[in-house]
Design a protein around this ligand. Structure first.
Ligand SMILES: [Zn+2]
Length: 98
């Protein structure tokens, strides 16, 4: 069985130097303003000896992108203020003709 896909490897722990960081899925907690965000099944490496956690950089970046409301939107709102929505009903023009 050759598993050539994206599978995180194990790393030696640089905290305790005796454990191995094992790929795990943990629940990641982060604060967004006053809100505590929990991300279940977040990819991380956890040391099997000291319990140190290392997070995947790409996953962190991805998460930050998700949590940042301005990410990925190139100023779509600031340039063109939409006109006020006007009700456009072609049927109700009884008392209103100008
Ligand atoms: Zn360790």
């Amino acid at each position: 069985m050759s598993e050539d896909e994206f599978i995180p490897r194990s790393f030696p722990c640089n905290e305790c130097h005796s454990g191995i960081l094992q790929p795990r899925h943990i629940t990641y907690f982060t604060w967004l303003g006053n809100e505590l965000i929990t991300v279940p099944h977040f990819p991380a490496w956890v040391c099997d000896v000291c319990g140190k956690r290392e997070y995947d950089e790409k996953a962190i970046n991805w998460l930050n992108m998700l949590l940042d409301p301005n990410a990925g939107k190139p100023n779509a709102k600031s340039r063109r203020p939409l006109p006020h929505p006007k009700p456009r009903t072609g049927t109700s023009r009884t008392a209103h003709d100008s």
